[in-house]
Design a protein around this ligand. Sequence first.
Ligand SMILES: [Ca+2]
Length: 552
Amino acid sequence: MNPAKNSKAGKNIGPKAKISDPASLGSTKPRQARPGRANGLNRREFIKAMGPSAAGLVLAGLGATSLLPSGCTGTLKPSTGRPTAKKPNIIFIMADDMGYGDLGCYNKNSKIPTPNADRLARQGMRFTDAHSPSAVCTPTRYGVLTGRYSWRTRLKKGVLNGYSPCLIDTSRMTVASFLKQHGYATACIGKWHLGLGSDKKTDYNKPLVPGPNVLGFDYFYGIPASLDMTPYCYIENDRPVAKPTLTIEAGKASEDGWWRAGAIAPGFKHVEVLPKLTEKAVEYIDNHAEKSPDKPFFMYFPLPAPHCPIAPADFVKGRSQAGGYGDFVVEVDWTVGEVTKALARNRLTDNTLIILTSDNGSPGRTKINRAHYSIIELYGHYPSGDLRGIKADIWDGGHREPFIARWPGKIPPASTSDELICLTDLLATCAAVLGVELPDNAGEDSYNILPALLGRKPGKPIRQAVVHHSSMGMFSIRQGQWKLILGRGSGGFSSPKNYKPKPGEPTGQLYNLQDDLAETNNLWHKHPEIVKRLTDLLEKYKRQGHSRTQSL
Ligand SMILES: [Ca+2]
């Protein structure tokens, strides 16, 4: 196959796009930096700032960053020649329904080539015990942006749809509003899925307020909800790029997954969404580097893939040994590569903290409910790796996530951390990066994981515990090696969903993950004292309205 020849994505990304020719998929070579730019200074400014010795080095062809301490691309002061610490750019890429076992760097038996994610892991830190606060989309997104568990809101189970009102209270601090307050440019590019407007049913003929712009994002470009949820349209800031005036029947883009029938904007094609959003993200980085080089930026980039409908672009078809799903993960990896290349050519790599994770587990593990076929049976690929369960479940396959963080000079390269963390930790960690305290009424379930990112070993866990939550609203709490589940069954997609115990049987599940990662041996009856301790801690977290112990 010649991917360039067959690429629809390449044709449809538009004349302004700077994303790679898909024929170079997997290529690791960063493009040349824009001529004359070095750390936001043009060549003349840079030489003036660094003095004659720098001029010689630049003329000798050495990159500007090689002159600076690793990890620091600070504003240069002529008086001392030393850089001053500069706020890092922060990019948070969150795949949709990508499993713990999909990426090669997490699963040596993965059937999916993911060279860009693997490289990010080699350049940064890979967490092995990171969790989304929920096993499904909307509540995880709420938790990422607010640092607060979503079950504290009106959303006690399930997810929103494309016509739901905005879930985040407009008075609540978000990662975006916090960073904006501290001088950042802020952008959300991708799948929103947190509700738009305040009407009971969103009216796409009216400004979509409140939405991302009201919640701290200077710029938003994306889709309202999941790729299988109507209405199918792009939104820029607070209105559709084209209104969803047409209708489409339910359909599919490949052998797996489908989209619902309903409203669609003229020209909208499911298969084009990930390339389009990638183009927008790359464009944002390029534009920001050119127009606002001295201002740090935060880009929240929630991808619509590999969520169903499984809709890989032509240029990735056949690239994996795990069918259309695997190919869609390859496309996610390509997106990661496009972002890192954009950083490199703009010489932003060294001063950017980039995180790659997923919002919940993969649904593709078994022939259960919405998973239309078994990726394991067909391809021998295990999207959940060695974990039990799939998306939506309370078992770790539902919410233990790949989590890779790179920040050159700060985060030790090729490192691994087994620190127990949660995606709600982004807010407190951003505050720590800036050296700012969070107010008590923000980030109630957010812990600062910066010490772990920097490779420090404080000797005790950063988090007191993490609370897990399934699609059906089943709770679990994790502390150390112990995981307590308040209920029987998966609480999600896997069968049994909610097993009703017979008299005398355990009413919940207790696992020791240290020697039972697959959650097979229920120790509920064996350790009643642990059951009580963790039950009490969970009740305390619910009662007091927060679980954060830092600065509270
Ligand atoms: Ca998801």
